[in-house]
Design a protein around this ligand. Structure first.
Ligand code: FCB
Length: 452
């Protein structure tokens, strides 16, 4: 027996992408260098030393890509703006050609009745600002607010939904602590400084966007959140899970939704908090019309004193399927949405802004991409989103990551996340079977699942 689960009437269905991962044209039309341009051009940062110099060439091909979105029945498209196209040195002189690109993209989307959702920062900080210290430098937060104002002034007559940041936690920790992402720094203190300034810049930019907006707009932020589970029921593992949860979830949720921070709970936080967090910062950060949740997996940890800051280390539990990057755990999307709703009682809208799976897809002999695995992943996760909605948690939308296969950061082109397959040599686009399935879900505004 199967049953049909309907989503709310005004539920927003979309796909997400980011500038560096899809645009290419890395040094065209006056664009400045970002930290990702620098990072990929140095050896051994990305698998096979691949770069986003060209990637899927969306900068030149957006007129071909928007109709693909239409074929998928998308109501909304979430993309990010490359700061270095607008302000090549991060601040100062504005590059009109760069603004013009996003202007044309927004018009193209609207002409196809697709609502643009803009994100202002998806990790591609101007290199010129990194040269002055990057996110660990408080001045970067003010530069960001000014950049946000410039973009809002130009596009807010047509764009209603704005996100300041995508996954500030990843930008800070992968970029300044683990060093796997640009700018490739490995310094715990800098990472926490970066995280605080990213959050502060959110608060400052919310103000500058609302002040510049040509009409009432909604401004939010996007967080990567994972439920954290203990490896065992022992008191030590449970305490380790609570510490990890404070570091990876509460470090962004608490400031944004409660105006507090768990950072003093850590030895490094005690060193930093006095000088780093100024008296009014937390109040500034706590401002949000929409919270976007990116969900991919859960984190399972055991007590482990060898690891700095959290004294916990991640384990890969048995029993579930894994993808090329993570354990597949659909219940986690329900858990995290329910936890935000019941623990924080957010006054803002809540939506899923990324969810997806890498699958090593290729074209079959007849030109089709039979990616059943992605369809199964999607159905199982959407089932859990529906479960949250049935529990009266008002989830407003779901954005799949990603529209097209693209440059997956340090993994290069090896991990394909798209509903649309891209042949990276010819740039040919092919809608995968999962894309057709998703288009039908949107058309019917619901999913078919097993059950009574
Ligand atoms: C998220 C990022 C996105 C993409 C997916 C797979 O953390 O926001 O750019 O890399 O993971």
């Amino acid at each position: 027996m199967t049953k049909f689960l309907s989503f709310p009437k005004d539920f927003v269905w979309g796909c997400a992408s980011s500038a560096y991962q899809v645009e290419g044209a890395w040094n065209e039309d006056g664009k400045g260098k970002s930290i990702w341009d620098t990072f990929v051009h140095a050896p051994d940062h990305v698998v096979n030393n691949e770069t986003g110099d060209v990637t899927v060439d969306h900068y030149h091909r957006f007129k071909e890509d928007v109709p693909l979105m239409k074929d998928l029945n998308l109501a909304a498209y979430r993309f990010s703006v490359a700061w270095t196209r607008i302000l090549p040195s991060g601040k100062g002189k504005v590059n009109r050609i760069g603004l013009g690109f996003y202007d044309r993209l927004v018009d193209e989307l609207l002409n196809h009745k697709i609502e643009p959702y803009i994100c202002l920062f998806h990790w591609d900080l101007p290199q010129a600002l990194q040269d002055q210290g990057g996110w660990p430098n408080r001045d970067t937060a003010y530069a960001f607010a000014e950049y946000a104002r410039i973009v809002a002034e130009r596009l807010s007559d047509r764009v209603n939904v704005w996100f300041t940041h995508n996954e500030p936690w990843v930008a800070a920790m992968a970029g300044y602590f683990a060093g796997q992402h640009a700018p490739g720094i490995k310094d715990g203190k800098k990472a926490f400084q970066a995280l605080h300034h990213l959050l502060l810049s959110h608060g400052l930019a919310v103000e500058s966007i609302h002040a510049a907006a040509k009409q009432p707009v909604r401004v939010g932020i996007i967080l990567n959140l994972n439920p954290v589970h203990p490896a065992s029921e022992s008191a030590n593992d449970r305490a380790a899970a609570a510490r990890m949860d404070a570091v990876i979830n509460r470090s962004t949720l608490d400031p944004l939704l409660k105006g507090t921070t768990p950072i003093q709970e850590f030895s490094i936080g005690k060193l930093l908090s006095g000088s780093l967090i100024k008296p009014t910062d937390l109040e500034k950060i706590r401002t949000l019309d929409i919270l976007g949740v990116n969900y991919y997996t859960r984190t399972v940890v055991k007590n482990d004193r060898k690891f700095p800051i959290v004294a916990a280390s991640q384990i890969q539990p048995e029993g579930n399927e894994y993808s090329g990057m993570w354990e597949i755990y659909p219940e986690g999307i329900y858990e995290i949405l329910a936890r935000i709703w019941w623990d924080y009682h957010p006054k803002c809208d809540l939506m899923v802004t990324e969810n997806g799976i890498p699958v090593p897809d290729g074209l079959d002999f007849d030109g089709r991409v039979r990616d059943e695995r992605r369809t199964r992943y999607l159905r199982n996760h959407l089932h859990q989103v529906h479960r949250a909605i049935s529990d009266d948690i008002p989830i407003k939308g779901y954005f799949h990551w990603s529209l097209m296969d693209n440059f997956e950061w340090a993994h290069g082109y090896g991990q394909r996340f798209g509903l649309v397959h891209v042949d990276f040599k010819t740039q040919e686009r092919t809608i995968k079977d999962s894309g057709r399935w998703f288009a039908n879900v949107i058309h019917e505004n619901g999913i078919q699942v097993d059950g009574e």
